[in-house]
Design a binder for this molecule. Structure first.
Ligand code: G3I
Length: 362
């Protein structure tokens, strides 16, 4: 995901504005002890997490990923940036390790992602403008990667993040330049379906809560593709949230996305303590974060069962979260997940578990 530079600077400033107001404090709930309930046992749909193969070396991540969740999304290892070497050869050590991990733990696997505007490997760039060779390489990539895991993948994100940040048009990329905006999209879905007819195919997008016009552009694209017989089986609704998202925005987005009647994958849930606008103290941010996690669970649990594909959290411990990576600003005070840097459950974990249990009791 590429938040605009301007939005990021704004977020960083807003977070900086509340620094110096004391260390992180558990916002709304006291710490609890005793054995952790397994999130996967609390709801009737799969609960997933994102994992990268490097993190299989971290004992607390492995422990939590294997016990708390019943689905694994490959966070990095099936992207072209990992798979495609400069000479065009593919490496599969990372994704094979993740598939073996999921197998060993009886978990389903969600493949992320075959085609992404942000992923333009050198090998493909060298084919830019050479129509026949580009098509051959594109087709070969999808067929080989989806074919390798055929029968093993529950589902795929086929095209990731097709809508611009501004939200009113579709993105331009190496893929659209060479194969057309609709062309690259349709081609990718048809090829994936041929390579793995049993896998459910998704397109996946972010900021669908904070930008209603982006949501409409995304849903219009899906409807147009469906009307042409493109095999899209579900909607990936990422839900990378900032803590200043207004109350109610999560439910409103969910209602509109659900109106298409397709299964919905809440596919990359996390709630950053950063904000677009100035927003109170660290404690206020943590309280808002907890409320937003609850809102995502409640909105998801209100869907008809047939539309509940999976609820996936984008990682296990704060320490490995993408929001701390250098390319996103490297803010090590942010803490968007359910477990802290040491793998201990945070109030966000208990809020999610409690919201799951409470919604089930209704
Ligand atoms: O693990 C490798 C390591 O082996 C290598 O030596 C090192 C050198 O670059 O990089 C490490 O890989 C990093 C990888 O994350 C795993 O941590 C990559 O550099 C880094 O680019 C990669 O970032 C990922 C990012 O997408 C770009 O692919 C994040 O983990 C991942 O969380 C993030 O996920 C995206 C979704 O795909 C789409 N939606 C938004 C979401 C957040 O940005």
């Amino acid at each position: 995901m590429s938040f605009s530079r301007r939005a990021f600077v704004g977020s960083a400033l807003a977070l900086a504005a509340c620094e110096g107001q004391g260390p992180a404090t558990a916002a709304a709930q006291p710490a609890r002890s005793g054995p952790l309930p397994r999130l996967r046992d609390l709801v009737p749909f799969p609960v997933g997490t994102q994992l990268v193969s490097d993190h299989l070396a971290i004992p607390s991540v492995v422990d939590l990923a294997s016990t708390q969740f019943d689905q694994i999304t490959t966070g990095y290892d099936l992207k072209m940036e990992y798979l495609v070497q400069p000479d065009g050869r593919l490496r599969f050590d990372g994704p094979d390790a993740l598939a073996a991990f999921a197998d060993a733990n009886g978990q389903s696997l969600h493949g992320h992602t075959l085609v992404w505007y942000a992923d333009e490997p050198e090998f493909f760039q060298r084919l830019d403008g050479r129509q026949a060779a580009f098509e051959r390489a594109y087709d070969n990539h999808i067929t080989t990667v989806a074919g390798r895991y055929a029968g093993r993948m529950r589902s795929w994100d086929v095209v990731n993040e097709p809508v611009t940040d501004e939200g009113r048009s579709l993105r331009e990329s190496l893929w659209t330049r060479n194969l057309g905006q609709d062309g690259h999209f349709e081609r990718a879905f048809h090829l994936t379906h041929e390579a793995d007819p049993g896998a459910l195919l998704f397109t996946n997008e972010y900021h669908l809560e904070s930008k209603p016009h982006k949501r409409r552009t995304f849903l219009n694209l899906i409807e147009r593709m469906l009307s042409r017989g493109v095999p899209i089986h579900g909607i990936g609704h990422q839900s990378h949230l900032l803590c200043d998202l207004p109350r109610g925005a999560v439910a409103e987005a969910m209602r509109e996305i659900a109106s298409l009647g397709l299964p919905i994958h809440m596919s990359e849930v996390d709630v950053s303590l950063q904000s677009e606008r100035p927003f109170g103290s660290r404690r206020d941010r943590e309280a808002a974060q907890i409320r937003l996690y609850q809102e995502t669970i409640e909105a998801y649990m209100d869907l008809p069962r047939i539309q509940q594909f999976a609820y996936t959290i984008w990682g296990v411990r704060d320490a490995e979260s993408w929001v701390r990576q250098d390319w996103y600003g490297g803010d090590h005070t942010d803490a968007p997940l359910l477990w802290d840097d040491n793998g201990l459950p945070k109030p966000t974990y208990w809020a999610v578990a409690d919201a799951m249990r409470a919604r089930r009791m209704r």
